[in-house]
Design a protein around this ligand. Structure first.
Ligand SMILES: Cc1cc2nc3c(=O)[nH]c(=O)nc-3n(C[C@H](O)[C@H](O)[C@H](O)COP(=O)(O)OP(=O)(O)OC[C@H]3O[C@@H](n4cnc5c(N)ncnc54)[C@H](O)[C@@H]3O)c2cc1C
Length: 391
């Protein structure tokens, strides 16, 4: 085995050993059925040091790379997709700061100290109807005389809603109508004006408890303002790091779901008997082909995640080619997760239609991938332009 693969194996054993994954898989069913937040999983991950994997070693963290965390997130999602998606938001925040630190911007290093003292970071970017995502905001950011801001708006789908203590959030400062400015920074849960929706009864990823968060004049302290940048398309290290971590780590979660679905599909075929053939369904050519196709389609997904995460770690400059790579990796992982869970459902047969069957949950969890930005419809113009328009 190469040194790299040996290290991946060691990290898997250190942070996510097999017995931990088995416990997580058992609890995932309960969280899903009872619509509960994954409290026990998060506590175990904290004990394992998983919440500080991205914190550089000189600060006392694990010092892992994006590539290493992508692999771990794929592994975690094979057992507990909701937990993986929820903790993803915390990992993203710390990973973004780590990436900036490595590129010479040390202004947000307080996030490392806070992560080590147990603060949990949420990602408060998504807003209803904001299809500009990081380039726009429906949240109002009112500048204050001390250099801070007051944020008012609704952030939808805030994963980790029962437990987060810090949130990276953005808002639009429209004081100068001709030069609207986006403000990015960190909010504290203890600040006045934060409320969490009591609505959360969803199709999948139920354990993530991604409830909407309403902000009413919530103070962003001056020393927690990370960036003020022009609204619209504007190159910036913070938003580049957010986009990279979001696309590749969310993609990793759906890659993990697809991988587990293939295993369940194979188990299903080996278990079910065909009275017509006198064998298990694992010997029936049509079923073998179905699973073979699913595996072939899946294989490209970890390969994309691997290449782009390593390129990011190695500071490869793909320039304007980065969004094409990152979004394609996440969209492909999403599509493959939905395809693989459907194929696996057919291999498992009618038993998989039962609410308590693992493939039933994975099938529902995979549908959440339809909603992460950008959707395939939103992304297509960029890919078409890359081939068809003169740039
Ligand atoms: C389980 C789960 C957990 C999540 N956790 C978080 C989290 O922790 N933090 C966070 O910030 N977000 C999170 N999200 C939010 C998610 O990533 C999306 O931003 C959100 O679901 C989009 O909601 P919407 O479809 O209602 O958006 P809407 O505002 O209704 O629609 C915007 C949609 O329009 C699409 N669109 C834009 N342009 C076009 C076009 N030209 N053609 C077609 N479509 C277009 C966009 O891709 C986007 O999907 C989570 C989502 C899920 C499902």
């Amino acid at each position: 085995m190469s040194d790299r693969e040996t290290r991946h194996t060691e990290l898997a054993e250190k942070y996510l050993p097999d017995d931990l994954l088995e416990r997580f898989r058992d609890r995932a069913e309960v969280y899903d059925r009872e619509n509960l937040f994954c409290h026990d999983d998060l506590a175990e991950l904290a004990t394992q040091g998983y919440l500080s994997v991205f914190v550089p070693t000189e600060f006392g963290g694990g010092g892992l790379t994006l590539n290493e965390v992508s692999r771990l997130q794929q592994r975690l999602a094979t057992a507990a997709p909701s937990t993986a998606l929820a903790v993803n938001m915390h990992l993203m925040c710390t990973g973004v700061v780590r990436a900036m630190f490595e590129r010479g911007d040390r202004s947000l290093s307080y996030v490392f100290d806070e992560a080590l003292t147990g603060e949990i970071f949420a990602f408060g970017v998504s807003e209803a109807s904001n299809d500009g995502v990081l380039q726009d905001s429906t949240t109002v950011a009112e500048p204050q005389p001390d250099g801070g801001y007051l944020l008012t708006g609704v952030k939808i789908f805030t994963s980790l809603s029962p437990v987060w203590t810090r949130m990276i959030a953005h808002g639009l400062d429209n004081t100068d109508e001709n030069n609207p400015t986006l403000v990015f920074g960190f909010l504290e849960r203890s600040a006045d004006g934060i409320s969490t929706s009591d609505q959360w009864d969803v199709l999948g990823m139920r354990g993530s408890q991604s409830r909407a968060t309403t902000l009413t004049k919530v103070r962003m302290r001056p020393d927690r303002v990370a960036r003020t940048i022009p609204a619209g398309k504007h190159p910036d290290l913070l938003t580049f790091a957010i986009a990279t971590h979001f696309q590749l780590l969310v993609g990793s979660v759906y890659a993990g779901i697809a991988r587990r679905a293939l295993t369940l599909g194979a188990q299903g075929l080996k278990t079910r008997q065909s009275s017509k053939n006198g064998t298990t369904f694992a010997e029936v050519p049509e079923f073998r082909s179905r699973l073979a196709d699913a595996l072939m389609e899946y294989m490209a997904v970890p390969a994309q995640l691997e290449t782009y995460s390593r390129d990011f770690d190695d500071l490869v400059d793909h320039g304007a080619g980065w969004p094409l790579r990152l979004i394609s990796a996440r969209l492909n992982a999403s599509t493959v997760a939905r395809h693989a869970t459907e194929s696996a459902m057919m291999c498992v047969g009618g038993a998989g239609f039962n609410a308590g069957h693992e493939i039933n949950r994975l099938f529902r969890d995979a549908t959440a991938s339809l909603f992460h930005p950008p959707s395939v419809d939103a992304a297509r113009p960029m890919y078409a332009a890359a081939l068809l328009d003169d740039n």
